[in-house]
Design a protein around this ligand. Structure first.
Ligand code: ASP
Length: 342
């Protein structure tokens, strides 16, 4: 495997990774990625060519929205033929949402798109940003016989590359901020880069990249809890223009069996609003019909979210709702894996 002669584009959107601490004042300010090599001289040891595209207005990832996802995707679309791989520098807070969205948007992707960020600013003495950045660039440059080794959207953090749409941010303090409970890691970085070839996405790459750019934002994530009231549930389901719901249920997809609860769900589905059953557990899968508490959901046509993350489910829902397909086809399409998310 080689990285030489590869060209990698860094797309800088913001987040902690782009910060540098002024040691005199203690204030964090944005790092100039244009002067990347002078800031991180180690990069010159990589035998690939790195260019930087910076968002005009860099943002904390709490401000990310579908328009930003489209902006990231459009840079990749425009530069797709000119680069071998892409690294997206992004705040960690909503990185799993963006990585999930991009995995569905970049249809036919045959090159690596690696999201990364850091818990400490790049200018901090104990920063995790340098390792995350350098290894992400290496992964984005990696080729075998001239072909990209990674042909999917990944998320690299603290020595591990994960499938982007399988990740969740689980820790606000540890360097190990992300996990992928339902899918093994793609690459482990130690003395050597250990690439788990069997875990990489296969069979989705095409000659031509197609980019999906439409999102339905009239959607909701509803997390049930013991004591949830009919007023609250019905208020959610009666939000004007609501088009789809991700329902976070218990365990293997179980929900209350009260008549009012089931009736509220049934009425919503009958209005043509799809409801996706995902589990509140961070690992494991929805298995509708395993318990009586989920059999009623299965019978009324709730969509099986299987082992998808909430981040993936909501972004996939936003995209599929824009395809204007019948409720039956919608269910079939949602339950199919588009980018390795199940
Ligand atoms: N709040 C920051 C962000 O998500 C945290 C980070 O960058 O890790 O943009």
């Amino acid at each position: 495997m080689e990285t030489n002669n590869s060209k990698v584009l860094l797309i800088y959107t913001g987040g902690t990774i782009g910060m540098i601490k002024d040691y005199q004042t203690g204030v964090l300010r944005a790092f100039e990625f244009d002067n990347l090599y002078s800031r991180i001289p180690e990069l010159s040891h990589l035998d690939c060519e790195i260019s930087v595209h910076s968002f005009e207005k860099v943002i904390d990832s709490s401000d990310m929205n579908p328009q930003h996802w489209v902006s990231i995707a459009e840079v990749i679309e425009k530069e797709y033929q000119h680069y071998d791989g892409f690294v997206v520098l992004h705040g960690s807070d909503t990185m799993s949402y963006s990585a999930s969205a991009l995995s569905f948007m970049l249809q036919g992707l045959a090159k690596p798109v690696i999201f990364t960020g850091s818990q400490l600013p790049i200018g901090d003495l104990r920063t995790d940003a340098k390792e995350n950045l350098i290894t992400s660039i290496q992964l984005a440059a990696l080729k075998e016989n001239g072909v990209s080794v990674i042909q999917e959207v990944g998320l690299y953090f603290e020595y591990k590359l994960y499938r982007g749409n399988r990740t969740t941010k689980v820790n606000a303090e540890h360097f190990q901020a992300f996990t992928s409970m339902n899918y093994p890691i793609l690459v482990e970085s130690g003395v050597h880069l250990k690439i788990m070839k069997d875990n990489l996405l296969k069979g989705k790459a095409k000659d031509q990249l197609e980019v999906w750019k439409e999102f339905e934002q009239n959607v909701a994530i509803i997390k049930i809890f013991p004591g949830i009231t009919p007023e609250l549930l019905n208020a959610f389901f009666n939000i004007p223009h609501l088009k789809g719901v991700v329902l976070e249920t218990y365990g293997s997809g179980n929900a209350p069996t009260y008549d009012w609860f089931l009736e509220a769900l049934r009425a919503t589905i009958q209005r043509g609003i799809p409801i996706i059953n995902v589990t509140q557990c961070s690992g494991g899968s929805v298995i509708m019909g395993k318990y009586e508490a989920s059999e009623a959901l299965r019978q009324m046509g709730i969509i099986d979210g299987k082992d998808i993350t909430t981040e993936s489910a909501i972004t996939k829902l936003m995209i599929l709702l824009k395809k204007n397909i019948s409720p039956n086809l919608f269910k079939i399409k949602f339950e199919e894996s588009l980018a390795g998310e199940f």
